[in-house]
Design a protein around this ligand. Structure first.
Ligand SMILES: [Zn+2]
Length: 134
């Protein structure tokens, strides 16, 4: 999703990282599912790597074309790619229009957004949350 046209006419661009008007959301019903999957899969990766079967693990978690190319990647790159896929399969994205403040929530890649308007026109709802949670 590189850009979204809001009903107000503002174009919301998504072509880079760290956007102050974009967020990912993890439904509470997906939290345990996601963490259990990550812990299970990465434990399996370590065990299979220790027994010389990492290639088998890659084939199980990536498509054939990708698993062949991942052999050239570092372990951290493989884990990052794995995490990106699994995280993307369990989370949604949301954008806040900088023009009108509308919150556009996407539950899936090809679905139309759910639209919410903030009371009082509040903006910057999706900006960075610091280590202090604020
Ligand atoms: Zn708008």
């Amino acid at each position: 999703m590189s850009r979204v046209l809001c009903d107000c006419g503002h174009v919301i661009r998504d072509g880079t990282d760290h956007l102050p008007y974009k967020a990912h959301f993890l439904p509470d019903q997906n939290v345990d599912i996601l963490w259990t999957k990550i812990v299970t899969d990465l434990t399996e990766m370590v065990e299979m790597t220790l027994s010389g079967r990492r290639k088998e693990w890659l084939a199980k978690h990536f498509d054939e074309r990708y698993s062949t190319s991942t052999l050239e990647l570092s372990v951290s790159e493989q884990i990052s790619d794995y995490f990106s896929i699994v995280y993307g399969n369990h989370t949604g994205k949301m954008y806040q229009c900088e023009g009108c403040g509308a919150l556009l929530l996407y539950r899936g890649f090809r679905q139309s957004p759910l639209k919410f308007m903030p009371v009082g026109g509040a903006t910057s709802a999706l900006r960075k949350i610091g280590d202090d949670g604020i």
